[in-house]
Ligand binder design. Structure first.
Ligand code: MN
Length: 200
């Protein structure tokens, strides 16, 4: 069974004006789709086509070293983007409530302090990659960043929220000004989904 490009949970224009329809369409139908196509070739070559994405990403060490890099890059590329799309909603943004609000308050003292710390990590990430809110192995919340398409599942972490800071994620609308993209992102965060992930 080949891997397939998952549909978005909304229309390409649903995240306007914070995330423009043109970028969302290219990001999903070209960038995300290319990871799917290349994953199918890499997984076939490595003999893991029958495994789930999660199985692949949590057991990369089982893949022969000479076949591992393209599987890691493209499996991560597929999974990270799907997770990213579901982290956003046209009805999102604002401050979280429920368990995630309490956990953020407990760790950072305030939502504003968390936003600042997450935004700094995203802004200061050098080159292509992702900033994440994860729960680490002890269940403690942590802000991290990963390079290229490294997925927190491969690091024994439970991902809760992410922002894509590859230039392809924001360059059409925000040009070289990554902090403007990060500011826009806060209007879209799907906190209900983050709460589900925390509980799951
Ligand atoms: Mn991307």
């Amino acid at each position: 069974m080949a891997f397939e490009l998952p549909s978005l949970p909304y229309d390409y224009a649903a995240l306007e004006p914070h995330y423009d329809a043109e970028t969302v369409e290219i990001h999903h139908s070209k960038h995300h789709n290319t990871y799917v196509t290349k994953l199918n070739a890499a997984a076939e070559a490595a003999g893991v086509s029958d495994k789930s994405l999660e199985d692949i990403l949590t057991s990369l060490d089982n893949i022969p070293e000479d076949k591992r890099t393209p599987v890691r890059n493209h499996a991560g590329g597929v999974w990270n983007h799907t997770f990213f799309w579901h982290s956003l909603s046209g009805d999102g943004g604002g401050e979280p409530d429920g368990a995630i609000a309490d956990a953020i308050q407990g760790k950072w003292g305030s939502f504003e302090a968390f936003q600042q710390a997450f935004g700094d990590t995203a802004a200061n990430h050098f080159g292509s990659g992702w900033a994440w809110l994860v729960a680490n192995e002890s269940g403690e919340l942590q802000i991290t960043d990963t390079h290229d398409q490294v997925c927190p599942l491969s690091l024994n972490q439970k991902p809760l929220l992410t922002i894509d800071v590859w230039e392809h994620a924001y360059y059409l609308k925000y040009r070289n000004v990554r902090p403007d993209w990060i500011a826009a992102f806060w209007n879209l965060v799907n906190w209900a989904e983050v709460n589900k992930r925390l509980a799951g």
